[in-house]
Design a protein around this ligand. Sequence first.
Ligand code: CTP
Ligand code: MG
Length: 229
Amino acid sequence: MFTSVIIPAAGFGERMGATIGKQFLMVNDKPILVHTLERFERSTDIQEIVLATQRSSFPIIEEIRQKYSLSKLQSPVEGGQRRQDSIANALKQIDARAEIIVVHDAVRPFVHLKEISQSIETARFFGASIVAVRAKDTMKLASTDGRVERTLNRSSLWSVQTPQTFQRKILVDAYEFAEKHNIVATDDSFLVEQIGISPIIVEGSYENIKITTPDDLLLAELLFNRFIP
Ligand code: CTP
Ligand code: MG
């Protein structure tokens, strides 16, 4: 079944505070984005990679494609203001044959091939899947002024990651619905939930961090020393 992955890579990395987008920072001798792209180049479940990035980065992407022999990587798509806009733009460029669409953050290089394949298999069967890990900390619900309202039941709480994978029609319908009703989200699952679909959780690993703040870079260096894809 033809499967495409959308990699949103058009962010500015404000929380990282570097002079370039964090997806282009080097970890273990390669840009973080390249590590991520290599996971999907290697996955036999994936036929095409559609990357959304800022227009000014298009030449760098071209260089990266050649230097690292990324045969599945298509010409980049221009990103938008929000992650959601970047993905909406990428969705329009997906191969007509694609039946399954995976979405994976450019800044999660520690995704295992098994997580990619389990996520795809689950979405094929159930329509939508998200990779997540069980919450480690006790979680509290608080008011905006920081007063604890109640303690949530940890056993039903998950920290959500990517890949998030969908049957094509479900993701397209969700994005159309979101546009029509001005729904904003930081993950694709939320948009799919709005059209009445409950994605199935695929339990992932705590290694699959989203590199967000400077301390995550230190952690990434450590993780690379022992990472087995
Ligand atoms: N992203 C995107 N388009 C945007 C914003 C984010 O494609 N307009 C991508 C990022 O490049 C990243 C992923 O979405 O791969 C997850 O977003 P996040 O971790 O928030 O990255 P940034 O938006 O770059 O970081 P920050 O929020 O700190 O500015
Ligand atoms: Mg962001």
